[in-house]
Write a protein that binds this ligand. Structure first.
Ligand SMILES: Nc1ncnc2c1ncn2[C@@H]1O[C@H](COP(=O)(O)OP(=O)(O)OP(=O)(O)O)[C@@H](O)[C@H]1O
Ligand SMILES: O=C(O)[C@@H](O)C(=O)CO
Length: 426
Protein backbone atom coordinates (compact mmCIF):
# COMPACT_ATOMS: atom_id res chain seq x y z
CA UNK A 1 0.00 0.00 0.00
CA UNK A 2 1.35 3.47 -0.90
CA UNK A 3 -0.47 6.29 0.70
CA UNK A 4 -1.13 9.47 -1.25
CA UNK A 5 -2.04 11.43 1.87
CA UNK A 6 -1.49 10.99 5.59
CA UNK A 7 -3.53 13.01 8.09
CA UNK A 8 -3.33 13.57 11.83
CA UNK A 9 -6.57 14.84 13.37
CA UNK A 10 -6.63 16.62 16.74
CA UNK A 11 -10.04 15.18 17.62
CA UNK A 12 -12.27 12.28 16.61
CA UNK A 13 -15.22 14.13 15.11
CA UNK A 14 -12.78 16.28 13.17
CA UNK A 15 -11.12 13.12 11.88
CA UNK A 16 -14.38 11.72 10.55
CA UNK A 17 -15.27 15.13 9.08
CA UNK A 18 -11.97 15.13 7.16
CA UNK A 19 -12.26 11.45 6.17
CA UNK A 20 -15.73 12.24 4.82
CA UNK A 21 -14.41 15.10 2.65
CA UNK A 22 -11.58 12.94 1.30
CA UNK A 23 -13.96 10.08 0.51
CA UNK A 24 -16.41 12.44 -1.22
CA UNK A 25 -13.54 13.65 -3.42
CA UNK A 26 -12.91 10.01 -4.42
CA UNK A 27 -10.03 9.02 -2.11
CA UNK A 28 -10.38 5.57 -0.54
CA UNK A 29 -10.01 6.56 3.10
CA UNK A 30 -9.74 4.87 6.48
CA UNK A 31 -9.88 6.57 9.88
CA UNK A 32 -7.71 4.96 12.53
CA UNK A 33 -7.76 5.65 16.24
CA UNK A 34 -4.23 6.82 16.92
CA UNK A 35 -1.46 4.79 15.31
CA UNK A 36 -2.93 1.34 14.76
CA UNK A 37 -1.35 -1.83 16.11
CA UNK A 38 0.86 -3.61 13.58
CA UNK A 39 -1.63 -6.46 13.08
CA UNK A 40 -4.59 -4.32 11.95
CA UNK A 41 -5.49 -5.30 8.37
CA UNK A 42 -6.27 -2.22 6.28
CA UNK A 43 -7.92 -2.37 2.85
CA UNK A 44 -6.27 -0.83 -0.27
CA UNK A 45 -6.53 2.92 0.42
CA UNK A 46 -5.33 6.33 -0.74
CA UNK A 47 -5.58 8.22 2.55
CA UNK A 48 -5.42 7.54 6.26
CA UNK A 49 -6.72 9.89 8.94
CA UNK A 50 -5.18 9.05 12.33
CA UNK A 51 -7.58 10.38 14.97
CA UNK A 52 -6.26 11.64 18.29
CA UNK A 53 -7.72 13.48 21.27
CA UNK A 54 -5.01 16.13 21.46
CA UNK A 55 -6.89 19.39 21.00
CA UNK A 56 -7.10 20.21 24.69
CA UNK A 57 -4.15 18.34 26.22
CA UNK A 58 -0.78 19.87 27.24
CA UNK A 59 1.11 20.99 24.11
CA UNK A 60 4.04 18.63 24.74
CA UNK A 61 1.67 15.62 24.74
CA UNK A 62 0.02 16.78 21.52
CA UNK A 63 3.40 17.25 19.83
CA UNK A 64 4.61 13.81 20.92
CA UNK A 65 1.45 12.10 19.60
CA UNK A 66 1.56 14.00 16.29
CA UNK A 67 5.24 13.20 15.71
CA UNK A 68 4.63 9.50 16.41
CA UNK A 69 1.80 9.49 13.86
CA UNK A 70 3.92 11.41 11.35
CA UNK A 71 6.63 8.76 11.54
CA UNK A 72 4.08 5.99 10.97
CA UNK A 73 2.33 7.79 8.10
CA UNK A 74 5.61 8.54 6.32
CA UNK A 75 6.47 4.85 6.77
CA UNK A 76 3.23 3.99 4.93
CA UNK A 77 4.43 6.18 2.03
CA UNK A 78 2.71 9.48 2.78
CA UNK A 79 4.52 12.27 0.94
CA UNK A 80 2.29 14.92 2.48
CA UNK A 81 1.00 15.08 6.04
CA UNK A 82 -2.01 17.28 6.87
CA UNK A 83 -2.59 18.22 10.51
CA UNK A 84 -6.39 18.46 10.83
CA UNK A 85 -7.60 21.13 13.24
CA UNK A 86 -11.05 22.52 13.89
CA UNK A 87 -12.65 24.79 11.29
CA UNK A 88 -13.27 27.24 14.14
CA UNK A 89 -9.56 27.08 15.07
CA UNK A 90 -10.33 25.72 18.56
CA UNK A 91 -7.18 26.30 20.62
CA UNK A 92 -5.76 28.46 23.40
CA UNK A 93 -2.67 30.67 23.68
CA UNK A 94 -0.82 27.55 24.88
CA UNK A 95 -1.69 25.62 21.70
CA UNK A 96 -2.03 23.14 20.30
CA UNK A 97 -2.22 24.25 16.66
CA UNK A 98 0.98 26.31 16.82
CA UNK A 99 3.22 23.87 18.70
CA UNK A 100 2.18 20.88 16.58
CA UNK A 101 2.53 22.79 13.29
CA UNK A 102 5.98 24.03 14.37
CA UNK A 103 7.03 20.47 15.25
CA UNK A 104 5.72 18.84 12.07
CA UNK A 105 7.31 21.55 9.94
CA UNK A 106 10.66 21.16 11.68
CA UNK A 107 10.50 17.38 11.28
CA UNK A 108 9.77 17.75 7.55
CA UNK A 109 12.58 20.30 7.12
CA UNK A 110 10.14 22.81 5.60
CA UNK A 111 10.69 26.58 6.01
CA UNK A 112 6.97 27.41 6.12
CA UNK A 113 3.59 25.71 6.53
CA UNK A 114 0.27 26.75 5.01
CA UNK A 115 -2.43 27.03 7.68
CA UNK A 116 -6.06 27.27 6.62
CA UNK A 117 -9.09 26.24 8.68
CA UNK A 118 -11.77 27.33 6.19
CA UNK A 119 -14.67 25.02 5.35
CA UNK A 120 -17.04 27.07 3.15
CA UNK A 121 -19.60 24.24 2.96
CA UNK A 122 -20.06 24.59 6.73
CA UNK A 123 -19.95 28.42 6.65
CA UNK A 124 -16.32 28.87 7.77
CA UNK A 125 -14.54 31.45 5.62
CA UNK A 126 -11.40 33.54 6.12
CA UNK A 127 -10.86 37.08 4.85
CA UNK A 128 -7.77 39.19 5.60
CA UNK A 129 -6.90 36.50 8.12
CA UNK A 130 -10.20 36.90 10.00
CA UNK A 131 -12.30 33.78 10.49
CA UNK A 132 -16.07 34.01 10.01
CA UNK A 133 -18.62 31.48 11.25
CA UNK A 134 -21.52 32.10 8.91
CA UNK A 135 -21.99 35.88 8.95
CA UNK A 136 -20.29 36.39 12.33
CA UNK A 137 -16.62 36.98 13.12
CA UNK A 138 -15.32 34.07 15.23
CA UNK A 139 -15.24 36.16 18.44
CA UNK A 140 -18.94 37.09 18.07
CA UNK A 141 -20.03 33.54 17.19
CA UNK A 142 -21.19 30.92 19.74
CA UNK A 143 -17.53 29.79 19.88
CA UNK A 144 -16.91 32.68 22.28
CA UNK A 145 -18.66 30.51 24.89
CA UNK A 146 -16.87 27.20 24.17
CA UNK A 147 -16.45 25.26 27.45
CA UNK A 148 -12.76 24.39 26.85
CA UNK A 149 -11.39 26.97 24.42
CA UNK A 150 -13.47 30.16 24.20
CA UNK A 151 -12.49 31.88 20.93
CA UNK A 152 -12.23 35.62 21.59
CA UNK A 153 -10.11 36.82 18.65
CA UNK A 154 -11.14 36.37 14.99
CA UNK A 155 -7.70 37.33 13.62
CA UNK A 156 -6.03 33.96 13.01
CA UNK A 157 -2.64 35.52 12.26
CA UNK A 158 -2.64 36.91 15.80
CA UNK A 159 -4.17 33.77 17.33
CA UNK A 160 -1.59 31.48 15.74
CA UNK A 161 1.32 33.85 16.49
CA UNK A 162 0.47 33.77 20.21
CA UNK A 163 0.89 29.99 20.30
CA UNK A 164 3.79 29.54 17.83
CA UNK A 165 7.55 29.72 18.04
CA UNK A 166 7.66 30.90 14.43
CA UNK A 167 6.37 34.20 13.04
CA UNK A 168 3.04 34.07 11.19
CA UNK A 169 2.12 35.86 7.95
CA UNK A 170 -0.91 36.13 5.65
CA UNK A 171 -1.62 34.93 2.12
CA UNK A 172 -4.56 37.13 1.20
CA UNK A 173 -7.48 36.41 -1.12
CA UNK A 174 -6.14 38.63 -3.92
CA UNK A 175 -2.94 36.59 -4.02
CA UNK A 176 -4.88 33.30 -4.02
CA UNK A 177 -7.10 34.55 -6.86
CA UNK A 178 -3.92 35.28 -8.85
CA UNK A 179 -3.10 31.56 -8.83
CA UNK A 180 -0.56 28.96 -7.71
CA UNK A 181 2.57 30.89 -8.72
CA UNK A 182 1.44 34.01 -6.86
CA UNK A 183 0.78 31.97 -3.69
CA UNK A 184 4.17 30.23 -3.99
CA UNK A 185 5.88 33.62 -4.41
CA UNK A 186 4.07 35.02 -1.36
CA UNK A 187 5.17 32.02 0.72
CA UNK A 188 8.76 32.52 -0.43
CA UNK A 189 8.53 36.20 0.53
CA UNK A 190 7.19 35.30 3.98
CA UNK A 191 10.11 32.90 4.47
CA UNK A 192 12.46 35.80 3.66
CA UNK A 193 10.68 37.80 6.39
CA UNK A 194 11.40 34.98 8.82
CA UNK A 195 7.85 33.62 9.04
CA UNK A 196 7.29 29.91 9.61
CA UNK A 197 3.52 29.73 9.07
CA UNK A 198 1.05 31.44 6.75
CA UNK A 199 -2.67 31.83 7.36
CA UNK A 200 -4.41 31.69 3.97
CA UNK A 201 -7.70 33.42 3.17
CA UNK A 202 -10.56 31.39 1.67
CA UNK A 203 -14.01 32.42 0.56
CA UNK A 204 -14.98 29.51 -1.66
CA UNK A 205 -13.90 26.02 -2.71
CA UNK A 206 -11.96 27.37 -5.74
CA UNK A 207 -9.55 29.04 -3.26
CA UNK A 208 -9.05 25.68 -1.56
CA UNK A 209 -8.20 24.02 -4.87
CA UNK A 210 -5.40 26.55 -5.41
CA UNK A 211 -4.21 26.07 -1.82
CA UNK A 212 -4.45 22.27 -2.18
CA UNK A 213 -2.18 22.31 -5.25
CA UNK A 214 0.34 24.57 -3.51
CA UNK A 215 0.19 22.53 -0.28
CA UNK A 216 1.09 19.41 -2.25
CA UNK A 217 4.39 21.02 -3.25
CA UNK A 218 5.25 20.98 0.48
CA UNK A 219 5.51 18.06 2.89
CA UNK A 220 3.22 19.38 5.59
CA UNK A 221 0.23 21.66 6.07
CA UNK A 222 -2.36 22.45 8.73
CA UNK A 223 -6.05 22.89 8.11
CA UNK A 224 -9.63 21.70 8.35
CA UNK A 225 -11.74 19.63 5.96
CA UNK A 226 -11.70 22.37 3.35
CA UNK A 227 -7.94 22.16 2.87
CA UNK A 228 -8.31 18.36 2.87
CA UNK A 229 -10.79 18.70 0.03
CA UNK A 230 -8.42 20.99 -1.89
CA UNK A 231 -5.55 18.52 -1.45
CA UNK A 232 -7.75 15.56 -2.46
CA UNK A 233 -8.87 17.36 -5.63
CA UNK A 234 -5.24 18.23 -6.41
CA UNK A 235 -4.25 14.55 -6.02
CA UNK A 236 -7.02 13.43 -8.36
CA UNK A 237 -6.43 16.21 -10.93
CA UNK A 238 -2.70 15.45 -11.07
CA UNK A 239 -3.41 11.74 -11.69
CA UNK A 240 -1.59 10.69 -8.50
CA UNK A 241 -4.83 9.13 -7.30
CA UNK A 242 -7.39 7.52 -9.59
CA UNK A 243 -10.66 8.76 -8.09
CA UNK A 244 -13.07 6.07 -7.02
CA UNK A 245 -16.70 6.98 -7.87
CA UNK A 246 -17.11 7.29 -4.15
CA UNK A 247 -14.58 6.58 -1.44
CA UNK A 248 -17.37 5.56 0.96
CA UNK A 249 -19.65 2.54 1.29
CA UNK A 250 -23.44 2.68 0.72
CA UNK A 251 -26.18 1.96 3.25
CA UNK A 252 -25.64 -1.27 5.23
CA UNK A 253 -28.10 -2.74 7.72
CA UNK A 254 -26.63 -3.39 11.17
CA UNK A 255 -29.79 -3.60 13.29
CA UNK A 256 -29.96 -3.91 17.06
CA UNK A 257 -30.64 -1.21 19.63
CA UNK A 258 -29.58 2.40 19.00
CA UNK A 259 -28.52 5.14 21.42
CA UNK A 260 -27.38 8.76 21.24
CA UNK A 261 -25.02 10.58 23.62
CA UNK A 262 -24.46 14.35 23.66
CA UNK A 263 -21.65 16.11 25.53
CA UNK A 264 -21.32 19.08 23.20
CA UNK A 265 -22.69 22.34 24.63
CA UNK A 266 -22.77 24.12 21.26
CA UNK A 267 -25.90 26.02 20.28
CA UNK A 268 -26.38 23.60 17.38
CA UNK A 269 -26.31 20.55 19.67
CA UNK A 270 -28.60 22.18 22.26
CA UNK A 271 -31.15 22.72 19.47
CA UNK A 272 -30.75 19.16 18.21
CA UNK A 273 -31.37 17.76 21.71
CA UNK A 274 -34.56 19.84 22.02
CA UNK A 275 -35.71 18.53 18.64
CA UNK A 276 -34.87 14.92 19.59
CA UNK A 277 -37.19 15.24 22.60
CA UNK A 278 -40.09 15.15 20.12
CA UNK A 279 -39.20 11.68 18.86
CA UNK A 280 -37.27 9.74 21.53
CA UNK A 281 -36.86 9.53 25.31
CA UNK A 282 -34.17 12.00 26.45
CA UNK A 283 -32.36 11.97 29.78
CA UNK A 284 -30.59 15.16 30.78
CA UNK A 285 -27.73 14.32 33.10
CA UNK A 286 -27.00 16.42 36.18
CA UNK A 287 -23.53 17.70 35.25
CA UNK A 288 -22.77 18.76 38.82
CA UNK A 289 -23.62 15.28 40.12
CA UNK A 290 -21.35 13.76 37.47
CA UNK A 291 -18.58 15.68 39.21
CA UNK A 292 -19.50 14.69 42.77
CA UNK A 293 -21.03 11.23 42.37
CA UNK A 294 -20.31 10.09 38.82
CA UNK A 295 -21.08 6.41 39.38
CA UNK A 296 -24.58 7.07 40.76
CA UNK A 297 -25.41 9.58 38.03
CA UNK A 298 -24.18 7.34 35.21
CA UNK A 299 -26.00 4.35 36.78
CA UNK A 300 -29.19 6.43 36.59
CA UNK A 301 -28.58 7.01 32.86
CA UNK A 302 -27.71 3.37 32.20
CA UNK A 303 -30.92 2.23 33.91
CA UNK A 304 -32.98 4.86 32.01
CA UNK A 305 -31.56 3.81 28.66
CA UNK A 306 -31.47 0.09 29.47
CA UNK A 307 -35.22 0.08 30.17
CA UNK A 308 -36.03 1.81 26.88
CA UNK A 309 -33.58 0.73 24.14
CA UNK A 310 -35.60 -2.40 23.41
CA UNK A 311 -38.41 -0.16 22.18
CA UNK A 312 -36.41 2.42 20.19
CA UNK A 313 -33.48 4.86 20.34
CA UNK A 314 -32.77 7.00 23.42
CA UNK A 315 -30.66 10.10 23.99
CA UNK A 316 -28.56 10.87 27.09
CA UNK A 317 -27.17 14.42 27.26
CA UNK A 318 -24.89 16.26 29.66
CA UNK A 319 -25.02 19.40 27.52
CA UNK A 320 -25.80 22.68 29.23
CA UNK A 321 -26.31 26.35 28.34
CA UNK A 322 -23.34 28.75 28.72
CA UNK A 323 -24.63 29.79 32.19
CA UNK A 324 -24.99 26.15 33.32
CA UNK A 325 -21.52 25.31 31.99
CA UNK A 326 -20.06 28.35 33.79
CA UNK A 327 -21.66 27.25 37.09
CA UNK A 328 -20.24 23.70 36.80
CA UNK A 329 -16.80 25.01 35.83
CA UNK A 330 -16.80 27.48 38.73
CA UNK A 331 -17.38 24.56 41.09
CA UNK A 332 -14.88 22.01 39.70
CA UNK A 333 -12.55 23.95 37.39
CA UNK A 334 -12.76 23.82 33.59
CA UNK A 335 -10.60 20.78 32.91
CA UNK A 336 -11.79 18.71 35.86
CA UNK A 337 -15.43 19.32 34.91
CA UNK A 338 -14.76 18.31 31.29
CA UNK A 339 -12.87 15.17 32.31
CA UNK A 340 -15.50 14.04 34.81
CA UNK A 341 -18.32 14.48 32.32
CA UNK A 342 -16.39 12.78 29.51
CA UNK A 343 -15.58 9.85 31.82
CA UNK A 344 -19.28 9.58 32.67
CA UNK A 345 -20.27 9.53 28.99
CA UNK A 346 -17.64 6.86 28.26
CA UNK A 347 -18.97 4.70 31.11
CA UNK A 348 -22.54 5.05 29.82
CA UNK A 349 -21.45 4.13 26.27
CA UNK A 350 -19.60 1.06 27.50
CA UNK A 351 -22.60 -0.13 29.51
CA UNK A 352 -25.00 0.41 26.60
CA UNK A 353 -22.78 -1.51 24.19
CA UNK A 354 -22.63 -4.32 26.75
CA UNK A 355 -26.46 -4.27 26.64
CA UNK A 356 -26.43 -4.78 22.87
CA UNK A 357 -26.27 -1.29 21.35
CA UNK A 358 -24.63 -1.55 17.89
CA UNK A 359 -25.74 1.84 16.54
CA UNK A 360 -24.34 4.78 18.47
CA UNK A 361 -24.47 8.52 17.76
CA UNK A 362 -22.17 10.82 19.77
CA UNK A 363 -22.22 14.64 19.71
CA UNK A 364 -19.01 16.52 20.55
CA UNK A 365 -15.37 15.91 19.68
CA UNK A 366 -13.97 15.47 23.19
CA UNK A 367 -17.01 13.41 24.14
CA UNK A 368 -16.58 11.21 21.05
CA UNK A 369 -12.90 10.77 21.88
CA UNK A 370 -13.69 9.57 25.39
CA UNK A 371 -16.36 7.18 24.10
CA UNK A 372 -14.36 5.67 21.24
CA UNK A 373 -11.29 5.22 23.45
CA UNK A 374 -13.38 3.39 26.04
CA UNK A 375 -14.93 1.16 23.38
CA UNK A 376 -11.38 0.43 22.06
CA UNK A 377 -12.39 0.66 18.40
CA UNK A 378 -9.14 0.66 16.37
CA UNK A 379 -10.41 2.04 13.03
CA UNK A 380 -13.38 2.97 10.86
CA UNK A 381 -14.29 2.76 7.22
CA UNK A 382 -16.56 5.42 5.80
CA UNK A 383 -20.29 5.11 5.18
CA UNK A 384 -22.78 7.61 3.75
CA UNK A 385 -22.81 11.30 4.71
CA UNK A 386 -25.45 12.31 7.28
CA UNK A 387 -24.76 16.06 7.16
CA UNK A 388 -21.82 18.11 5.84
CA UNK A 389 -18.81 16.86 7.83
CA UNK A 390 -20.58 13.92 9.49
CA UNK A 391 -20.37 10.45 7.92
CA UNK A 392 -21.65 7.10 9.14
CA UNK A 393 -18.64 5.15 10.42
CA UNK A 394 -18.33 1.36 10.31
CA UNK A 395 -16.12 0.02 13.09
CA UNK A 396 -13.18 -2.14 11.95
CA UNK A 397 -11.25 -4.63 14.05
CA UNK A 398 -13.82 -5.18 16.84
CA UNK A 399 -15.42 -8.35 18.12
CA UNK A 400 -19.16 -8.93 18.39
CA UNK A 401 -20.33 -8.28 14.84
CA UNK A 402 -20.89 -5.09 12.87
CA UNK A 403 -21.24 -1.76 14.64
CA UNK A 404 -21.90 1.72 13.25
CA UNK A 405 -21.26 5.09 14.84
CA UNK A 406 -21.74 8.73 13.97
CA UNK A 407 -19.36 11.17 15.66
CA UNK A 408 -20.80 14.65 15.26
CA UNK A 409 -18.77 17.81 15.62
CA UNK A 410 -20.57 20.00 18.12
CA UNK A 411 -21.53 22.68 15.62
CA UNK A 412 -22.53 20.47 12.73
CA UNK A 413 -25.84 19.07 11.53
CA UNK A 414 -29.43 20.25 11.03
CA UNK A 415 -31.83 20.59 14.01
CA UNK A 416 -33.13 17.10 13.12
CA UNK A 417 -29.59 15.62 13.24
CA UNK A 418 -30.25 12.70 15.61
CA UNK A 419 -33.19 11.46 13.51
CA UNK A 420 -31.21 12.11 10.29
CA UNK A 421 -28.32 9.99 11.61
CA UNK A 422 -30.47 7.08 12.74
CA UNK A 423 -32.19 6.97 9.33
CA UNK A 424 -28.80 6.27 7.71
CA UNK A 425 -27.84 3.73 10.41
CA UNK A 426 -30.57 1.07 9.93
N1 LIG B 1 -23.09 20.63 31.45
C1 LIG B 1 -21.77 20.75 31.25
N2 LIG B 1 -21.04 21.61 31.99
C2 LIG B 1 -19.70 21.75 31.79
N3 LIG B 1 -19.01 21.09 30.85
C3 LIG B 1 -19.70 20.22 30.08
C4 LIG B 1 -21.09 20.00 30.25
N4 LIG B 1 -21.49 19.06 29.35
C5 LIG B 1 -20.39 18.72 28.67
N5 LIG B 1 -19.31 19.41 29.10
C6 LIG B 1 -17.93 19.30 28.61
O1 LIG B 1 -17.79 20.23 27.54
C7 LIG B 1 -16.86 19.71 26.59
C8 LIG B 1 -17.54 19.72 25.24
O2 LIG B 1 -16.57 19.42 24.27
P1 LIG B 1 -16.88 18.51 23.02
O3 LIG B 1 -15.63 18.53 22.21
O4 LIG B 1 -17.44 17.21 23.39
O5 LIG B 1 -18.01 19.33 22.26
P2 LIG B 1 -17.78 20.49 21.17
O6 LIG B 1 -16.55 21.25 21.49
O7 LIG B 1 -19.07 21.24 21.04
O8 LIG B 1 -17.57 19.61 19.87
P3 LIG B 1 -16.44 19.74 18.75
O9 LIG B 1 -15.11 19.66 19.44
O10 LIG B 1 -16.72 18.57 17.89
O11 LIG B 1 -16.68 21.06 18.09
C9 LIG B 1 -16.50 18.31 27.05
O12 LIG B 1 -15.28 18.31 27.76
C10 LIG B 1 -17.67 17.96 27.97
O13 LIG B 1 -17.35 16.97 28.92
O1 LIG C 1 -13.50 21.25 11.51
C1 LIG C 1 -14.50 21.15 12.21
O2 LIG C 1 -15.26 22.10 12.49
C2 LIG C 1 -14.80 19.81 12.82
O3 LIG C 1 -14.31 18.80 12.02
C3 LIG C 1 -14.15 19.70 14.14
O4 LIG C 1 -12.97 19.48 14.22
C4 LIG C 1 -14.99 19.93 15.33
O5 LIG C 1 -14.44 19.31 16.45
Amino acid sequence: MTLALGCIADDYTGASDLANSLAKAGLRTVQTIGVPAAGLALPEIDAIVCAFKIRSVPAADAVAAALQAETWLRGQGAGHVLYKVCSTFDSTDEGNIGPVTDALRARAGEPIALVNSAFPEAGRTIYQGHLFVGALPLNESPLKDHPLNPMTDANLVRVLARQSRSGVGLVDRKTIAAGDAAVAARLAALVQEGKGAAIADTIEDADLETLGRVAMTHKVSTGASGLGLGIARALVASGRVRAATSGSAGLEVVGGPAACLAGSCSQATLGQIAEAERIMPVLRLDAERLGTDGIAETDRAIAFAGERIGAGPVLVASSGTPDEVAAVQAKFGRDAAGHAIEAGMARIAEALVARGVRRLVVAGGETSGAVVERLAIPAFRLGPEIAPGVPVLHALGIAGGPMVLALKSGNFGAPTFFADALKLMP
